[in-house]
Design a protein around this ligand. Sequence first.
Ligand code: HEC
Length: 249
Amino acid sequence: MRTSLTFLVVIYVALQLFFSMGCKHDPLIDPYQPPPPPDTTGIDSTDTIPPGMPCDPGKVYFDLQVLPILNSNCAISGCHDPITAEGEVVLSSFRTLVSSGVATPFNLDESKLYKVLIDNDPEDRMPLDRPPLSQDQIQLIAAWILQGADSLWCDPNASGCDTANVSFTQDIWPVINATCKGCHSGATPSGGIDLSDYTGVNTVALNGKLLGAINWEQGFTPMPQGGNKLSDCTIAKVKKWVEDGAPDN
Ligand code: HEC
């Protein structure tokens, strides 16, 4: 009796050993974990967009209004883009901004994002070594924080895209000013292309680079660099304006 019991125990242990060895195929923990790819999409709220939802003029829409300013002035190479992440602050999307902890909902005093814009000390004022944001841009960011620093979405062309009367002042300049000028201005504008006034925009309109770049056509560097493609309606308006001869209207 005792021997057979010992025998069973031996068999049992042997089987256990056998099976546990069979489990050696468990995935090994790879000591090198590559870092996750940087977030360059900037898209956080678009997956829940109710199509055709009109914009409320009393609200600030992060992806439509705030993000273009950040992309053009802050989330640039060497500063707060996902690769440099200066000071561990990444301002290329709503998600990265929130995890950088620079905006406290409803509280300007506790929001570094706002405080650095109005700092009087040129060593601390952002964007560093660049012209300050305009009062309108600073006010918009303040309004967004006071609204709750949230990510709302609306369809700016909910009532259709009107390309009949496109004007530089009304339709083109606001987009360039918010989305492009941050990189394309100053002493060394990106790519040697200065878009800080009508003349500069007119030049790239007439040489074909403007449409090539915003349409993300092959052979052109897609613009806005690192940002979302402009909306179909904005691109249609730019196209119409270029076809009209890119007038200063
Ligand atoms: C984050 C910085 C940044 C922003 C924002 C940006 N650009 Fe650029 N842009 C660049 C850089 C850098 C280059 C040079 C790229 C190259 O040479 O490959 C460039 C190149 C270009 C070119 C030349 C493209 C070509 O292939 O010849 C055009 C036109 C242009 N940008 C227009 C725009 C417009 C219009 C916007 C706004 C809708 C914009 N950019 C926003 C950084 C930016």
